[in-house]
Ligand binder design. Structure first.
Ligand SMILES: C[S@@+](CC[C@H](N)C(=O)[O-])C[C@H]1O[C@@H](n2cnc3c(N)ncnc32)[C@H](O)[C@@H]1O
Length: 152
């Protein structure tokens, strides 16, 4: 039995054209839909997703509460959010502190291991003289909501 996944991708305006081209090139049958999503405290999700992926988006600590609000808005009670980010100048720890404050609404865990394949590739990358752990060593935060909708 085949399974069809529909994937939604968000991006900032400047990256829109490039990502749209990538999506058209790699998924010509419409399996992937790309659109703009701006983190905002007033954001109201029109639909909820089983999995929310957040790749390298913690670098602006002053936007963490907007980002977290947006993440929680996109989730239903059974969703999972996977956040992958490096420590980068204390920004990961600041986001973890925010998650800790919101523990009534969500549960979370953090690990340095992602998948076996990813970890193996990272070991090779770490040998590069350009590898800076603070900027390049990713951590995986998994967030699940305790309640459907978060208060801001
Ligand atoms: C370091 S990039 C990561 C891009 C991509 N996820 C990746 O891993 O290649 C951080 C992204 O956050 C986006 N961003 C920053 N502030 C944002 C906001 N308020 N709403 C939506 N996206 C934002 C930037 O446009 C950028 O695409």
């Amino acid at each position: 039995m085949g399974t069809m996944f529909q994937l939604r991708v968000s991006m900032e305006c400047s990256e829109r054209v490039e990502l749209k081209k990538n999506v058209e090139r790699n998924c010509p049958h419409g399996e992937v839909e790309a659109g703009l999503l701006v983190w905002d405290k007033g954001f109201v999700a029109k639909e909820k997703f089983d999995v929310v992926l957040v790749a390298d988006c913690l670098f602006c600590a002053h936007l963490h509460s907007e980002l977290l609000h947006t993440i929680l808005e996109l989730m239903h009670a059974g969703s999972k959010c996977l956040v992958l980010a490096p420590k980068r100048k204390g920004t990961l720890d600041k986001f973890l502190a925010l998650l800790e404050q919101r523990k009534g609404e969500l549960t979370y865990s953090v690990t340095q291991s992602v998948t076996e394949e990813f970890d193996k590739k990272l070991e090779a990358v770490k040998k590069s003289p350009f590898f800076k752990p603070d900027e390049h060593q990713p951590y995986l935060i998994t967030i699940s909501p305790s309640i459907v909708k978060a208060k801001s």
